[in-house]
Write a protein that binds this ligand. Structure first.
Ligand SMILES: [Zn+2]
Ligand SMILES: [Zn+2]
Length: 139
């Protein structure tokens, strides 16, 4: 039996859900298991979509949001201090405006992250898929 994702490679295991053949690489890449067996990519995606709430906790969207706010506030303060102390300015803007712009950008990004949290499981799966494809292509 050959791997379902890499049809030129021999399967070393099969999907615990649908029974599709999986090569060493796919076994290593599986996110979920069922009955102590790895899952194929399709079944991983299905599981991820079902387990959205688990991913939501795992990803810690709240912490990420707070982190984005914190970074934006710190960068804003740094530019404010540099503007005041060393006259380092962005496009001649008063330091306090530069600071507020950074805070605003941070707020927008944090708001966006918060909004997509209901799709965290899906986004996480897409990210893993993307990284996996990259590693197959360039490693
Ligand atoms: Zn499967
Ligand atoms: Zn494979």
């Amino acid at each position: 039996m050959k791997c379902i994702s890499h049809n030129e490679i021999d399967a070393v295991n099969n999907c615990g859900n649908c029974g599709a053949g999986l090569c060493q690489e796919c076994v290593k890449d599986t996110i979920f298991e069922k009955n102590n067996k790895p899952l194929c990519w399709n079944c991983n995606v299905q599981r991820a979509l079902k387990n959205d709430t688990i991913f939501r906790t795992d990803l810690g969207i709240k912490q990420i949001t707070i982190g984005v706010y914190a970074v934006a506030i710190v960068i804003g303060l740094i530019f404010f201090a540099m503007g005041k102390l060393f006259s380092v300015r962005i496009g001649n803007l008063p330091p306090v405006i530069t600071m507020l712009i950074f805070w605003g950008i941070g707020g927008i990004i944090a708001g966006f992250i918060n909004r997509i949290q209901s799709n965290a499981g899906f986004l996480y799966t897409m990210l893993v898929f993307f990284l996996r494809e990259l590693s197959h292509r360039f490693l």
